[in-house]
Write a protein that binds this ligand. Sequence first.
Ligand code: ATP
Length: 285
Amino acid sequence: MNNVLEISHLTKKYNRKTVLNDISFSAELGQITGFIGVNGAGKTTTIKSILGLVKKDAGEIRLFGQTMEENEREIKNRIGVVFDKGYFYENLSLNDMKNILAPAYSNWDENAFKRYARQFKLPLSYHISDLSKGMTMKYAIALALSHHADFLLMDEPTSGLDPLIRNQLLGILREYMEEGNKSVFFSTHITTDLDKIADRIVMIDNGKIVLDEYKDDLLEKYTLVKGSKDELTPALRASFLHMEEHGFHFEGLTCDSAAVKRGLTKAVFAKPTIEDIMMAFAGRS
Ligand SMILES: Nc1ncnc2c1ncn2[C@@H]1O[C@H](COP(=O)(O)OP(=O)(O)OP(=O)(O)O)[C@@H](O)[C@H]1O
């Protein structure tokens, strides 16, 4: 296994509140890792810690096998950061911002930037502040791709985008992955995009990693069950990871579908989405 990102025992406190509590996980080369969690779970703080934008209290973060302290320049050359806000100077034009950022990268490719600017229809003379959210994300991706980043770190890249632009962004990511030896780390609380493109899912909840599995295994492992409460025995209830009850009915997620199927004759069984799984894990904690 070849990891592009390895986080070991990372802890981060704001004031005295622990927002990342001894978290460990990794992201593999050639994969899209979806980093999920509800609002306030700790996704942005994790990404900021990875980038060294906030100071960690404990733990170790390695990108391409190295820490930022050991080799910040090489790491920054090889990563592309796609944040929805706060990463660019709002009152600069896209072109001026690019001119400030480009010299920081030893492998900056101006022709590639021009090509992406045309492909993504970026209005280079506009101020950053005048860009729509979708355009800002495309601009950030164009910058990342123009220095041939090997690893894209994206914080909520698709939230607030309409379905058309979201699909375009997913298409751009698929093309990027096809180049080979590329990797993406994609944080989101909107998980439908990950159903389409993620290879692995890591979930953070309340500052702790509660789930870390390959997406296909995850979707295979859990079953969504809708049934009638009158059939539920205490033993059957214990087979559910999480359950919501509404009147005479319940909806729950189980990883023991065989036992549940034996006990429930009236229930309906379905494959869960990542959102169903995320809500069950978040609801459980
Ligand atoms: N600068 C800060 N000072 C104090 N607390 C902070 C700061 N930044 C984040 N927090 C707190 O840390 C916790 C984790 O926040 P974080 O932004 O990492 O979550 P998130 O999963 O990215 O949420 P969202 O999906 O809403 O962006 C929250 O309780 C948040 O209020």
